[in-house]
Ligand binder design. Structure first.
Ligand SMILES: Nc1ncnc2c1ncn2[C@@H]1O[C@H](COP(=O)(O)OP(=O)(O)O)[C@@H](O)[C@H]1O
Ligand SMILES: N[C@@H](CC(=O)OP(=O)(O)O)C(=O)O
Length: 331
């Protein structure tokens, strides 16, 4: 039997409409004959009751530092709540399911609290439920140490849970459901309706995700490469269309994408392009030399250009670069 892992991020769980789209995606995969593991993140974003940042804010950090082990315990609760709610929803809609925390799912990590690494997965329990025909809903972003202390995997870590489970279970593919229909050439929050990438290889995606394309956690991409498991980035709002991360990459693409990363008071813009295209490199150099007022420094690496910018100038420069490349003609 083929196994599919479907991961739903916080933005794909946070209201009744999103949850009903989740149900229809799960039903579709079940009807296609797959055994299903569903990995869920905490519902919503800061301000919403069970979002990770809301839970962190319940610890009063004004009176001293937070013990990381304790912080992990509260941070893991959002995903546990989601797994219980989603499993219940599946059951009441006629899709038999069971909810597991990361610990119950057999996810063993090191004791680097807040940023733990998965060391092993004992899939016995998941496999047993799958054999019984149940959909297994696993709380993402967490595991437990050999001493049974709860850990979390670093922010955005539910993607790591999903791809790691896919690898250990020898799944056919991992679907990452989010609020965008794939990996775009630039964050759609910066440039609305940008072109989307159909196929991207693990290596390029790892670099792109590490430099601003935060739609997937870079560690999840490297786990995908390790197990050679295709990762589909998609949205539950649409049935068709996705980006496939695998060993394949579209040929003849001059430009892969622009990643934007803001850290405190400075930021980085990374431009990923065909490193053999001298003409394009000159165009890029020309474009950034026209914008010296906005940049702190720029360095070429193998296949990307990294530009350092003050964080308040990052959006204007990104938009100018995007316009200057005329990306629609380059991809
Ligand atoms: N190159 C890109 N392509 C698509 N989305 C991107 C890109 N770069 C950044 N993003 C952002 O990633 C977001 C999805 O990731 P995230 O907020 O972590 O969702 P989730 O809650 O599903 O994990 C999108 O809303 C989008 O703004
Ligand atoms: N809820 C965790 C883990 C996670 O992966 O979330 P999301 O899939 O919504 O990015 C976080 O906010 O870091």
């Amino acid at each position: 039997m083929s196994i599919v892992v479907q991961k739903f991020g916080g933005t794909s769980l946070n209201d009744v409409n999103a949850q009903s789209l989740l149900l229809s995606q799960v039903r579709k995969a079940k009807e296609e004959g797959h055994d299903l593991v569903v990995v869920v993140s905490a519902m919503g974003r800061l301000g919403e009751p069970y979002a990770t940042d809301t839970l962190i804010n319940m610890l009063d950090i004004t009176n001293g530092s937070v013990e990381l082990k304790n912080k992990d315990l509260i941070m893991s609760c959002g995903e546990v709540i989601s797994s219980s709610v989603i499993s219940h929803l599946l059951n009441i809609h006629g899709m038999e399911s069971v909810a597991l925390t990361g610990f119950q799912a057999g996810i063993l990590t090191d004791d680097n609290f807040n940023n733990a690494k998965i060391l092993d997965v004992n899939t016995t329990k998941i496999s047993k439920y799958l054999r019984e025909g149940k959909i297994v809903v696993v709380a993402g972003f967490q595991g437990a140490t050999k001493d049974m202390d709860i850990t979390t995997l670093g922010r955005g870590g539910s993607d790591i849970t999903a791809v790691t489970l896919g690898g250990f279970l020898k799944a056919d593919r991992v679907d990452i459901f989010t609020d965008v229909p794939g990996i775009a050439v630039i964050d759609p929050k910066i440039i609305p309706s940008p072109p989307y990438i159909k196929n991207i290889n693990y290596d390029t995606m790892y670099k792109y995700a590490s430099h601003g394309a935060k739609v997937i956690h870079p560690k999840a991409v490297s786990v995908g490469a390790k197990y050679d498991i295709p990762i589909h980035i998609r949205t539950a709002f649409l049935h068709d269309g996705c980006t496939i991360i695998s060993n394949k990459q579209e040929e003849n693409k001059k430009i892969i994408g622009i990643g934007v990363d803001v850290e405190f008071d400075f930021g980085c813009i990374s431009v990923f392009l065909d490193s053999n295209d001298v003409e394009l490199k000159e165009k890029v150099n020309g474009c950034i030399s026209l914008n010296t007022d906005l940049k702190l420094g720029a360095n070429w690496y193998d296949d990307y250009l990294l530009i350092h910018v003050d964080s308040d100038r990052i959006l204007p420069l990104t938009k100018r670069l995007y316009r200057c490349f005329d990306i629609h003609k380059l991809i």
